[in-house]
Design a protein around this ligand. Structure first.
Ligand code: TMP
Length: 211
């Protein structure tokens, strides 16, 4: 029987650089001979990508917090079933750009929906799947938002609904990530995202290598 693969997630506020770090780690693992699946939330599957457009389209200002929460989990349920669990069962390493911790901090804390409803939906959508390791790339809300907004302007990205939330929302998100790392130190590692790309990548590798 093939051993189950490792499931590693990247988390962080807007503009933390987590997606770049995920790609760098993916390359490094492939060079070391690993079979790697890179995925993203919301998104990751064709259906999830359609849900992502609804969630992040800046035009959808009237989307209510509960619909937002349920759509995040609809995308996740599809990704877990169609992509993540099959890959892990085949012994592949899965790297996900965000997972349930994002819902915990953005909807649970940021929107004030609470942790309990997030855990309840997680039980239904993820059926016990918990990341082996979560890397939170930490950045203060203002610096991260400025980075994210520069990038959105450059690419004329219409998926800016979350970026456009007030700065207080993003401060709550950042603090909730730091709290999560303090609460679950074995699974969740906080990495200083204000360092150079190379320095962050080195810390990511130090966390991943023992796995
Ligand atoms: P990103 O893929 O560029 O990081 O953008 C995804 C956005 O969606 C980001 O603002 C975080 C937000 N988000 C949530 O609010 N809840 C979630 O569960 C997930 C996965 C993402």
């Amino acid at each position: 029987m093939t051993a189950r693969g490792r499931f590693i997630t990247f988390e962080g506020p807007e503009g933390s650089g987590k997606s770049t770090q995920l790609r760098l780690l993916g390359e490094r693992l492939r060079n070391a001979g690993r079979d790697v699946l890179e995925t993203q939330e919301p998104g990751g599957t064709p259906i999830g990508t359609q849900i992502r457009h609804v969630l992040l389209d800046a035009k959808n200002r009237e989307l209510c917090p509960t619909a937002e929460l349920l759509l995040m989990f609809a995308s996740r349920a599809q990704n877990v079933d169609q992509a993540i669990l099959p890959a892990l069962s085949a012994g592949r390493t899965v790297l996900s750009d965000r997972f349930t911790d994002s819902t915990l901090v953005y909807q649970g804390v940021g929107r004030g929906l609470g942790a309990e409803v997030v855990y309840e939906l997680d039980r239904i959508a993820c059926r016990g799947l918990v990341p082996d390791l979560t890397l939170v790339i930490d950045i203060d809300a203002e610096t991260g938002l400025a980075r994210a907004r520069r990038r959105s302007l450059r690419t004329e990205d219409p998926e800016t609904r979350m970026e456009e939330q007030e700065v207080g929302f993003h401060r709550r998100v950042r603090e909730a990530y730091r709290q999560l790392a303090a609460d679950e130190p074995r699974r969740v590692r906080l990495i200083d995202g204000s360092q150079t790309r190379e320095a962050v990548a080195e810390q990511v590798w130090q966390a991943v290598e023992p796995l």
